[in-house]
Design a protein around this ligand. Structure first.
Ligand code: GN1
Ligand code: MG
Length: 347
């Protein structure tokens, strides 16, 4: 089906004027649809990754409806239903959803300053706090074991054993780097199950274009039951780096304690007293683990022939893995300082 015909299946206002690419996601295809009355975000859901779009959309609608009911003055995503009242449309060319475009905001791949990162932290902290009353166990686990780092390591080992593309010879050191950290994964502590976002990258928070204040959390696909320390950690992984996730020149890639501090301060300003002491103690661990895990996922995908993440060139996933491992190494060196910073801001 053509895009214009797909769009006609939704309760869309006005006549479509244009459809243009939007954002830099690695998984879904996203477009901006402009009509003569409204702007929309239109997405093709990647069903190789999200195998159950029904459950995925149930999660998203449940969480956004809860936020709207309890925090009516805050911005959140409004999904547009199909003509027959469904949350998404399935047709011969895939699975699609539509939401009202949030205007006068920006999404950043790199913080322009520590203030941007602070704002994203307040917004993700708020998100965690506002959803602390939502029963996490009623959400579907749409991607099983998504942040199960031990399982991600098993996947890497399988990819190493199979070496389907003959790329293993290029990454022996990187594989050793991952194996050497296997013993650090388990904490021996059981943390509370939370409603978590699971993809807390800086570019998944919209900032008000005029004030720079955090406006809204987006990209809710991976909202699931999970651990708060992973959401904190994934933000640090992406945003406390001095370079892009796919910077080839590793001399430019550093873990910034200044950015870590800005995020930690903002996160506590947002999350308030919604976390337990054990969760707070393990926030630095979450940072290291999410970075290690993401690097492992990129490395595994490289070995498997780039079947999961979208790539722009042959060793794109390897370049991404390298930035993550550099950050892991530097975080390990700064671990005590990270703990001091957490202790400075904990409420
Ligand atoms: C993917 O699609 P995007 O870019 O928001 C991935 C995350 C990774 C991230 C790395 C469903 O997110 O888990 O951390 O790439 N999402 C999924 O940039 O696998
Ligand atoms: Mg995402």
């Amino acid at each position: 089906m053509e895009i214009k015909d797909i769009l006609k299946q939704f309760k869309i206002k006005g006549d479509v004027i244009s459809v243009a690419p939007l954002g830099h996601g690695h998984i879904n295809d996203t477009r901006l649809v402009t009509t003569d009355r409204e702007k929309y975000t239109f997405q093709r859901i990647n069903t190789d990754v999200f195998k159950n779009p029904e459950e995925l959309m149930e999660n998203l609608v449940a969480v956004t409806e809860y936020l709207k009911a309890n925090y009516p003055n805050d911005k959140t995503i409004n999904y547009v239903k199909t003509l027959d009242g469904k949350n998404y449309l399935t047709c011969d060319s895939g699975c699609y959803r539509l939401s009202v475009y949030i205007d006068e905001v920006i999404s950043l791949d790199n913080a322009r300053s520590a203030d941007d990162f602070y704002e994203s932290a307040v917004t993700f902290g708020n998100f965690q706090r506002k959803l602390s009353g939502f029963p996490a166990d009623t959400l579907h686990e749409t991607i099983k074991d998504f942040h199960n780092t031990a399982w991600r390591l098993q996947n890497l080992k399988t990819a190493v054993r199979k070496d389907v593309c003959g790329r293993l010879k290029n990454v022996l050191k990187e594989v050793d780097f991952c194996l050497a950290r296997a013993g650090k994964i388990e904490t021996g502590v059981t943390l509370p199950l939370r409603v978590t976002h699971n993809d807390t990258k800086l570019n998944n928070v919209l900032l008000d274009e005029k004030t720079g204040k955090g406006a809204c959390v987006i990209d809710l696909d991976t909202v699931m039951p999970g651990l708060s320390i992973n959401d904190f950690g994934d933000s640090i992984r992406f945003g406390a780096s001095t370079a892009k996730e796919d910077e080839r020149d590793l001399d430019k890639v550093h873990f910034s304690l200044e950015l870590f501090e800005a995020y930690t301060r903002g996160y506590f300003d947002g999350v308030g007293d919604a976390l337990t002491e054990q969760e707070i103690d393990l926030l630095p661990h979450g940072a290291v683990m999410m970075t290690y895990e993401c690097g492992m996922r990129f490395l595994t995908d490289y070995l498997e022939g780039d079947t999961y993440f979208k790539t722009q060139y042959a060793d794109h996933n390897l370049v991404r893995a390298h930035t993550q491992f550099k950050l892991v190494y530097e975080m390990e060196q700064s671990y005590d300082k990270m703990r001091e910073i957490v202790n400075k801001y904990r409420k």
